[in-house]
Design a protein around this ligand. Structure first.
Ligand code: UDP
Length: 238
């Protein structure tokens, strides 16, 4: 399927992406690499919104399996995303990329509250908008947040950065014979139970025909190629 260049994109970064080889917490060198990639998009004139996860610090489900109240654990997970967003903001601004963090849970000393029209205005002015605290409710994920915010911001595509260069028939780290899909339908992803994003996020994209591109965050320049419409990673579409 032919790809198009994109003018406004939503980038989903998992918390783990920020942990780099540490496997937990925030690795500043990794953050620096990601910030450089985002800067390239801005320099090319692309409007960029970002949703950051929190799995490198805390996941609600994990807390709940240890006996915590699930909703409380999820709020802790949402707060973890805020730490990551502030770290990313710092890294981007040190590269002179203007940013705003908007949080779904109000914390005015740190971030603007989430206001859709204001976020759109920031994008139009060339600022990178980083969305913190997920959708602000427990039992959701930041993948679903990414799908929702992408639609609210009228983004043309959801870019999902991972540690492999697309969606494979099986985990290529465990199964070297696995092959990569160039493109897939949303239904394929759901029916084959491919671990791309959770089913709520995929369904939301499917219902609203929002394309998803899964690509390797560690490939330098991959993000810039994706927005130019080059056939990088795996495209998930109608
Ligand atoms: N979370 C939530 N509601 C949201 C988004 C996130 O409750 O709208 C919580 C949930 O506990 C989740 C954690 O925040 O496990 C971190 O987000 P996520 O697991 O999506 O991060 P990622 O896997 O992308 O690092």
């Amino acid at each position: 399927m032919k790809r198009e260049p994109y003018k406004r994109v939503l980038l989903k970064l998992s918390g783990e992406a920020l942990a780099g080889d540490l496997g937990y917490g925030i690795d500043t060198d990794t953050l620096d690499v990601i910030a450089n990639e985002v800067k390239q998009l801005r320099d090319a004139g692309t409007e960029v919104a970002i949703v950051v996860g929190g799995g490198n610090i805390f996941r609600g489900v994990k807390g709940a399996t240890k006996g915590m109240d699930r909703a409380t654990a999820d709020y802790m997970g949402m707060l973890a995303t805020v730490l990551n967003c502030l770290a990313l903001q710092d890294s981007l601004e040190r590269k002179n990329v203007y940013t705003r963090v908007q949080s779904a849970i109000e914390m005015r000393a740190l971030a603007e509250p989430y206001i859709r029209r204001k976020a759109v205005r920031h994008l139009e002015k060339g600022r990178v908008v980083i969305f913190a605290a997920g959708v602000g409710s427990p039992y959701f994920t930041t993948d679903t947040t990414a799908a929702l915010r992408a639609m609210e911001m009228n983004c043309q595509v959801l870019l999902k950065g991972t540690s492999v260069d697309g969606i494979y028939t099986a985990d290529p780290k465990l199964h070297p014979e696995a092959t990569r899909f160039e493109d897939l339908t949303y239904m394929d992803v759901l029916q084959k139970r491919l671990k791309v994003m959770d089913s709520t996020a995929i369904s939301l994209c499917m219902d609203n025909k929002l394309p998803i591109i899964v690509f390797n965050l560690r490939d330098r320049g991959a993000m810039a190629k994706v927005i130019r419409g080059e056939p990088i990673g795996t495209l998930v579409h109608v």
